[in-house]
Design a protein around this ligand. Structure first.
Ligand SMILES: [Zn+2]
Length: 350
């Protein structure tokens, strides 16, 4: 169990299954099985995995996928995979095993949420693939098949929760998640993302509609943002809104593609900053915060593995030299934050 660990506290879980490697995207696709292998190897070589409770996922039930997706779309994914594979969109290949693996990924995040809800664990990192935040009600896109985090949020609603915070720091906007809860005041969706960039959504005037007005908070950022810019945004926008919302549960759509080494996007985060962002979220929601972190993007293997380690250390209060540094954001980011505050002030005490 916690052999050789100075800290025997096993309050944080890790969802992983070898079957996640069976979703085969081909030889040259960035969203590949080696991503998860790199994470697991890092957690083992650093000794951190000994201090984590391993959680073995089970496939989500069809009714659970239907919380977010249309039956006809789910069936079409199954059929494409039964024929041996194909493309859901130009970016999203599936192989024979992908349907089952996508069920397992969604089921993994549901199980993570259950472990925390039941009080067995305080937090869980779900090292799942395929990712989910681009997946729409009736179509897969952007490497995503089923929207793991949105399904988990719907699961939480069915367990009686009324204030669920989703923080999406993937470099791409989580269009699928935003749309799933756009008119829903029980799920607050906060996203930082490079803009303009794929998938094209997520401008700051997208704030939700109907009962959901003010429960979507978008922070579109210019390319080239670094550690101080992100820390500033999280402290200035997310922290006060999260503190006021008082979430009963936090889901993090954790994409590690804002990393400086990432081959797909143009942000400049260091690995440590993902730990810092985790700390900002934890302190905004208070000590009893229940947190499940679900892997989205992140395509530089070393950067991904290192960043995940920092997030897990932050979840476990083991983050070396922890604490949130003062952050001097550049003018373009300060101006953007001021604009967002003007818009969101209608809903929040900013
Ligand atoms: Zn991404």
């Amino acid at each position: 169990m916690s052999k050789g660990s100075s800290n025997g506290d096993k309050s944080t879980g890790l969802v992983y299954h070898h079957d996640f490697l069976k979703h085969d995207t081909g030889a040259y696709h960035p969203e590949r099985a080696a991503r998860l292998t790199a994470i697991i190897e890092r957690l083992e070589s650093s000794g951190l995995s000994e201090r984590l409770v391993r959680i073995s996922p089970e496939p989500a039930a069809l009714e659970q996928i239907e919380y977010v997706h249309e039956r006809s779309y789910i069936e079409s994914v199954r059929e494409v995979c039964e024929r041996g594979g194909g493309m859901l969109d130009p970016d999203t290949p599936v192989s024979a095993a992908s349907y089952e693996v996508a069920l397992l990924a969604a089921g993994g995040v549901i199980k993570a949420v259950e472990e925390v809800l039941n009080g067995n664990l305080k937090s869980v990192f779900a090292a799942v693939r395929p990712p989910g935040h681009h997946a729409e009600r009736s179509r897969g896109m952007g490497f995503c098949i089923f929207n793991n985090v949105a399904i988990a949020a719907e699961h939480l609603k069915r367990r009686g929760l009324r204030r669920i915070l989703i923080v999406d720091w993937d470099v791409h906007h989580g269009n699928g998640t935003q749309n799933a809860f756009y008119e829903d005041a029980s799920v607050l969706y906060f996203s930082t993302h490079q803009y303009p960039y794929y998938p094209g959504t997520g401008w700051l005037d997208e704030v939700g509609s109907g009962d959901g007005r003010g429960f979507t908070v978008n922070v579109p950022l210019p390319a080239g943002c670094g550690d101080p810019d992100y820390i500033y945004v999280f402290k200035e926008v997310l922290a006060p809104i999260a503190a006021e919302f008082r979430p009963e549960f936090v889901l993090i759509s954790a994409g590690f593609d804002p990393h400086a080494s990432d081959p797909l996007a143009g942000m400049r985060l260091s690995s440590r900053t993902f730990g810092v962002l985790t700390e900002v979220i934890k302190s905004a929601v208070g000590g009893g915060g229940r947190i499940v972190v679900s892997l989205e993007g992140g395509y530089s293997l070393n950067a991904l593995a290192e960043s995940v380690q920092y997030v897990l250390e932050a979840l476990r209060d083991e983050f070396e030299g922890g604490g949130v540094p003062e952050a001097e954001a550049r003018a373009a980011v300060r101006n953007r934050v001021a604009e967002i505050k003007r818009i969101q002030r209608e809903y929040w005490g900013l």
